[in-house]
Write a protein that binds this ligand. Structure first.
Ligand code: SIN
Ligand code: MN
Length: 293
């Protein structure tokens, strides 16, 4: 799938593109069916909500689950991102966010690139977020909210929040959010939240400011978030475990377009468990930093 000039212009202006129902119900079903067994695992890669057993985020399923490994190589998702960067991409992060009925907690206002810069030393914002809905997303189950055009501000001030939820995040303060929303149109479009059926996809800029509220509805809002980074822009530090910020910078080799319907073979390096190395971290940038400077 390639982007049209109109879509490229829209992405530049708003910082996101929405593709309702891009994947069919049949294509999405194998993914949705695999989630409960992944969430049931007692592994470091399942981060649970504060004070609850509900999974907030499952990391790195593409390393140990066949359907998700195929999704990670899907041309409908990867090709437009390569087009935008005019470069091959690798998988920086892979999450299945639960936002489970009644228990799914908030994601505070943030930019993803803020975290990738501060924690992972990713040199520039040449990395893209992709969200793929596995459930219906409606106004009640905590849809993702964007401030259109906020990516144009580059990296904004943020504070490392280690306490509000069960997942540490560099968050943007309320005063700045109010300014950004006003600048984007206030009550007329200053906040948007793409909603749609399972199989919908959003591409959003790594500097786009976003958040989501808690889910008090009786409907799960499971979505996959993939972060694709231009290969030359790979991270320079392993401060976070490998299941959160990946260390294999090999370009993604796409499978055919029907890869969610046919069982193409895929490599599953963590099928038998996380290797000890995936838990090791270091706050020292690795040697490559010198070349990047
Ligand atoms: C994220 O910002 O990474 C996740 C937000 C969400 O799941 O609502
Ligand atoms: Mn985010």
């Amino acid at each position: 799938m390639h982007l049209t000039p109109e879509q490229l212009e829209q992405f530049d202006r708003d910082g996101y593109l929405f593709f309702p129902g891009l994947f069919s119900t049949e294509e999405i079903r194998t993914l949705t069916e695999a989630v409960p067994a992944l969430y049931a695992r007692r592994e470091a890669y399942n981060v649970r909500e504060k004070g609850s057993d509900a999974v907030r985020t499952n990391f790195a399923a593409h390393m140990y689950s066949e359907p998700f490994a195929r999704l990670a190589r899907h041309p409908r998702m990867v090709q437009p991102v390569m087009d935008l960067f005019d470069e091959q991409v690798y998988m920086h992060q892979f999450k299945i966010n639960g936002k489970m009925a009644f228990e799914g907690d908030v994601w505070q206002w943030h930019q993803d690139y803020g975290t990738w810069l501060n924690d992972d030393m990713m040199p520039t914002e040449r990395a893209m977020n992709v969200a793929i809905f596995l459930d219906d997303v409606n106004e009640f189950n905590g849809p993702l909210m964007f401030i259109p055009g906020s990516h144009k501000k580059g990296v904004v001030d943020a504070r490392h929040d280690l306490s509000t939820t069960s997942y540490p995040l560099w968050t943007v303060d309320n005063h700045l959010i109010a300014q950004l929303v006003e600048r984007a149109g206030g009550k007329q479009g200053g906040i948007v939240s793409p909603k749609g059926p399972p199989g919908s996809m959003i591409l959003f800029h790594s500097c786009l400011v976003h958040a989501s509220t808690s889910n008090l509805s009786p409907w799960n809002r499971v979505s996959v978030y993939l972060s694709l980074c231009a290969v030359s822009n790979h991270i320079r530090r392993h401060k976070r475990p490998e299941y959160i910020a990946h260390r294999d910078f090999t370009p993604i080799a796409c499978l055919p377009d029907d890869c969610l319907r046919l069982p193409y073979p895929v490599d599953l390096p963590w099928r038998d468990g996380l290797p000890a190395s995936a838990l090791q971290t270091s706050s020292v940038p690795f040697a490559d930093m010198k070349q990047a400077a």
